[in-house]
Write a protein that binds this ligand. Structure first.
Ligand code: SF4
Length: 209
């Protein structure tokens, strides 16, 4: 385990990213869920460019459940994997209507029964949409946690469980958002900004180079 204490990590990350929050646009948990499913392998900015129209044409789960796939594909065609995503968001809407009375479910077990919703997406919806503490491990969280030595694993489940131990539960949501921002804008995959990084004295990745 890293020498870096979690409260110190959060304190420094908050200095770098005082406004770190989910960058997907949404106004309710249904919209959040759809945006999260659409965000696979694409940027939040691109997702926000299509959801404005998508949520206008299909303002609720019932409308999206009865949408024609080709119409949804047309709206989201600028996104990677748009055909699969269109199929998934219609199918998951149908399932929410049929199995969950039209309400987005609020447990990991139920959320992960929905087409296109894996553990990471479900955890985003839980923490961001329902305020239920959870740590969603995306590519950024996985990379920076390993670089910082908080965890030594490529397995997202192991990373999630390790970070749950590392951060107090009250900090899970905040910790996730801060690590995502840190990975997106500072400790990036190709060009981490190590020289200006507040953790460069303790970062194993930097110090073994
Ligand atoms: S020192 Fe470099 S690799 Fe380590 S956390 Fe900072 S930016 Fe990332």
């Amino acid at each position: 385990m890293s020498m870096l204490k979690s409260n110190k990590l959060i304190e420094e990350l908050e200095k770098l990213f005082p406004d770190a929050k989910c960058e997907l646009n949404y106004t309710n948990t249904f919209e959040l869920l759809i945006a999260v499913v659409l965000s696979a392998q694409t940027t939040d900015r691109r997702v926000n460019m299509v959801t404005r129209k998508l949520f206008t044409v299909y303002p609720d789960v019932y409308r999206l459940a009865s949408a024609a796939q080709v119409d949804v594909e047309n709206i989201i065609s600028s996104l990677g994997l748009f055909r699969t995503k269109a199929e998934n968001i219609i199918a998951l809407s149908k399932k929410i209507v049929t199995n969950f009375g039209g309400e987005v479910p609020n447990t990991l077990e139920d959320l992960t029964t929905l087409p296109g919703v894996g553990r990471k997406s479900a955890n985003v919806v839980l923490s961001e949409g329902f305020g239920i503490p959870a740590i969603a491990v995306d590519t950024h969280v996985a990379r920076v946690s390993n670089r910082l030595g908080l965890v030594d694993s490529d397995d997202t489940y192991v990373i999630e469980k390790t970070l749950e131990e590392y951060f107090p539960k009250d900090d899970w949501h905040k910790g996730h958002n801060l690590l995502v921002h840190f990975g997106r804008y500072f400790c990036t995959a190709q060009k981490p900004n190590c020289l200006e990084c507040p953790f460069n004295k303790v970062c194993p990745y930097y110090n073994k180079k």
